[in-house]
Design a protein around this ligand. Sequence first.
Ligand SMILES: CC(C)(COP(=O)(O)OP(=O)(O)OC[C@H]1O[C@@H](n2cnc3c(N)ncnc32)[C@H](O)[C@@H]1OP(=O)(O)O)[C@@H](O)C(=O)NCCC(=O)NCCS
Length: 340
Amino acid sequence: MRIEPVDPRDEHAFSEWFSVLRAAEEELRPGEPGCLLHEERAAALQALEEDADRHLVVLLARDDQGRPVGAARMSLPLRDNLHLCELELAVHPQARRRGAGRRLLADVERRAREQRRTTLLMYADEPPAQVGSSAGRAFAAALGYAWAQEEIPRDLDLPLDPERAAELEGACAPYALDYTIRAWRDGWPEELLDDRAELMRRMSTDVPLGSIDIREEKWDRERFRRHEQRNLAMDRELFCAGAVHRPTGRLVAATDMVVPRSVPERAYQNDTIVLPEHRGHRLGTLVKIAALRCLVQCSPGTRYISTWNAEENAAMIAINDALGSRVVGCCPAFQKVLAQ
Ligand SMILES: CC(C)(COP(=O)(O)OP(=O)(O)OC[C@H]1O[C@@H](n2cnc3c(N)ncnc32)[C@H](O)[C@@H]1OP(=O)(O)O)[C@@H](O)C(=O)NCCC(=O)NCCS
């Protein structure tokens, strides 16, 4: 087996790398819309730009006949969290249990050390029938990665039941009299960008992290715009909603959702945050309903939206449950601190 870095500008090599990732995903969740080649490539190309916020290392493992058998992607933050390497790693279902995963991970760890990254973090997706027993979980344990947190994936069917949404909104509105709730398509308006970036900084450590060693992220309006630009380059539509505190004019709650234009059936929920000093006003529920309404109106082909929450994030889970979402497996995080 040989392992080679892939330049995302090399369309053929990148699609070979993607084919392994996709085959592993299809095996876990057959028939579900998953990651898309053009999305992954656009994200990898953006990481080559001079002002990129993270460096990506894309690795392809080939067997002795030259067939792609393993794929890994190391994501190295460049503005903060310089100790961290987030990792995706998959072996083609037809090439399993022959040591490919072990060798690929050893190569990743060597490269992480070279880049002075000391903490490696990876997630294993477990569909409902494999909760607690996936190959990914066994692999992580065998290779010295410690369980760090359980993320729970949920899907919410769309459109929302109008009666349920109206009832929820009616129950929440009296708590939020000092706030204006607004939704937007295609990204955040200029005048709220500083506040939106500040919410990202707060979000990076406000969410429950279990024992994951993620430290405070540095955000400003330029970084937030690049984050939106990446999603647009991935050919995704953006939907967002926020709560502005009327007495101060500040944005204090936000939610972001994206829809892949070419496969709009499934949308993704990105961050939702309410500043701690404004919690208790039902703003999380209200911004989510506002963004979902906008999304459904503009993207009628979207049938469901997927979200991931730390299992101990009771407040967010209560909101998702009230909206009617259902658990679709689990997604444990595994972490290893490399010896120096
Ligand atoms: C997890 C994955 C990468 C393993 O790849 P692989 O090439 O089959 O793994 P290896 O052959 O190198 O296995 C290394 C060790 O991991 C453990 N392991 C791997 N797969 C396992 C399984 N299905 N059941 C139990 N243990 C397993 C074993 O201890 C194995 O050593 P052994 O074969 O000598 O007993 C592969 O199953 C995969 O792509 N899964 C989907 C994506 C994923 O979960 N990625 C990892 C996220 S943490």
